[in-house]
Design a protein around this ligand. Sequence first.
Ligand SMILES: [Zn+2]
Length: 163
Amino acid sequence: MPLIVNLQHLVQHGISLKGKLPVEELDLHLNDEMIQANSPLEYSLQIEKLEDSLLVQGRLTIKLDCQCVKCLEPCPYLVALDPWACHLPLSGEDAVSVNNDCVDLTPYIREDTLLEFPQHPVCKSGCDGLKLGRSTSKTNPVPPQSHGESALTWSELDKLKLK
Ligand SMILES: [Zn+2]
């Protein structure tokens, strides 16, 4: 179910809506493989009918499954629009479309939520990127090079001792 408000329910007083919007319904069209949305968007909204418009206020959150652009590790990312507010005119050029007294809030939620998505998700600020040692040992084992270095160090130490 998309998130639909029936204007008839708003005639006397405002309503509050709370629930989850399935990610399929939100239809985010994510083309970024670094960002996946697999959990529903959670909303908690107060909706009031003003003279000639709807005022929607509340909170939107959606958990994303991202991949850190630096180290490529999975990193969860919580998008939270809190507070979120949306003013929807019911008449005029920018009027929202009303079908059988119902207004679909989904497109406005989609639009504003997408704006808050991370451009370049990182697992933590100052992530130092790919752990080269670990990732090369997985695919392409290289002989440890520390022997040569430590041998050099020992011979240098010996020289120092001799002096
Ligand atoms: Zn990272």
